[in-house]
Design a protein around this ligand. Sequence first.
Ligand code: WT7
Length: 654
Amino acid sequence: MTIDIESKLKETRVFEPSPEFSKKAHIKSMAEYEAIWKRSVENPEEFWGEIASELHWFEQPKKVLVWDEPFAQWFVGGKTNITYNCLDRHLTTARKNKAALIWEGEPGDQRIFTYQQLHREVCKFANGLKSLGVKMGDRVCLYMPMIPELAIAMLGCARIGAPHSIVFGGFSAEALKDRINDAGAKIVVCSDESWRRGKQIPLKANTDEALKGCPTIEKNIVVKRTGGKVPWNDKRDIWWHDLVKDQSSVCEATSVDSTHPLFILYTSGSTGKPKGVQHSTGGYMVGTYYTNKIVFDLKEEDTYWCTADIGWVTGHSYIVYGPLANGATSVMYEGAPNQPHDGRFWEIIEKYKVNIFYTAPTAIRAFMRWGEQHPQKFDLSSLRLLGSVGEPINPEAWIWYHTFIGHERCPIVDTWWQTETGMIMISPMPGATPTKPGSCTRPVPGVAAEIVNEAGEPVPLGSGGRLVITKPWPAMLQTLYKDDQRYRDAYWSQVPHKYYAGDSARTDELGYFWIMGRLDDVLNVSGHRLGTMEIESVIVSHEKVAEAAVVGMKDDLTGEAVCAFVTLKRGIEPSDAIIKELKAHVDKEIGALARPKKLIFTDALPKTRSGKIMRRLLKSIANGEVTSGDTSTLEDHGVLKNLSDLASTEDDAT
Ligand code: WT7
């Protein structure tokens, strides 16, 4: 397949960082950035070795990188513990009584942990895990809301070398079960319930449902969050507060190899089965530490807020590990941005005098809809830097963010990266890079990116192609959990000798990168990755469905939305009731985030002669585009006409 994505975006505005910002920034000019970047890619081992030496190692690495394509080992021979760097390292400094974590609950409660306090809680929980028989290498699954115990649990696992696998609290019992089983987790931690827009979400009940099919789980640790009534199994369940109550607050950080797996995080790919992205300890630590510092120009005095959920990689890297490794103050908010009012985020910024704010384009588009009168009610003058992540930011949203949140004073860093990359890969340096709305600009120091054609050759400037990374980087995934072959196939087989994870992009005359979207069967809904195959197989598993095809359709708010073409079994008629049933089915099997926004019933799906569903065609139909593409291999042309007619008459089914 050739890449026929042509960039329709021609944004010409350029925004220079202010001289006041640049003067104080870690990287002060383009010349400085260019010099650092050049050295970093010419001598990556020297470059990353120096950064690693800013952190604590129980034993110094003997070799910065051992590269056996496609497997990288970073800081080989080095022994460390990421929690030593996130906590202990600060306790002998003035940071010991500095706020590490400022947490705000959705109902308005607040908890603040200094570095010492956080250290104590992490040690107690780590000792609690040990008392349950958790050992180095055992997997622990966390299915929790955005409460401090989630950060404490992650760090507690890392403290004893037990890789964590966090499952976003919006996922269903079914999805939780699959992830627990794939990782073979021994322990699952959840809460009684979580708060979401004032409603209680039954995480414990979901966990119970999942655990009916999880033979490897020995214990379920439960945090009391809402105090709601929950089902209980005396043999298996244990309250968090009972577990930690009598534990010692001393738990030495286990010395682990740099290459010891820190965590697994499941993400969608182009098959039905989520991929268990596995990250290392040392490389991930160095990569997130460094990028958090330079991309967000993080300073001792900053209060930094990333609004992601820790259930996604953004929260792992830039709420917990990156900021704490830097000794920063990280804000964590439990709830929805419009609870109890549309200005909740701005209220939090005013309340804690947040200096650096990192959110997603889909959130910014929601803020735009709600109107600028909400941010205007609050004092946002503490802000000095804004960030964006998850999908390409459309220039309108960029300008709104710049105007109404940044008051035309704050640089915006549009950061491109992925679950697999672990750290930010392409982003402006806020004190150096002139920004263009919609472009994530240039690779960060230490990262070499390129745009290539199918043969792996660089394309001419301005042409679209596959975005690849040409050199290993420290926070790169180690492999897919227990599936080296799938790791090779997914990332290292399409473009020879280069890392490719599915995005198309182009560069402009300044060498800036413009991400154009995914080229594989992966959707980006509100900055969250969903596999089309995954949703299809769920829909097809419904007793009334014969066949289904899922594609993305453009959506003003969520970027993309799920559109499902469904063929029902013979004798079953489309109806509102079936639409409801199918949506509920997807909610149950994956979670509401994968729920189709639009369902189109059809007697047949367009297929090639070899029987492959023509997804590209369906995508144009879902998006109301002309279907004049190459349809010469289409099996039955009548199908296409019927479908187009349908799509144009179908009302949005939500
Ligand atoms: C995919 C990765 C990394 C945290 C959030 C998502 C898209 C991410 C940007 C950006 C354009 C972006 C890409 C990427 N994406 N950031 N700044 N500009 N696209 O993590 O779920 O692993 O998804 O999100 O398509 O491949 P993820």
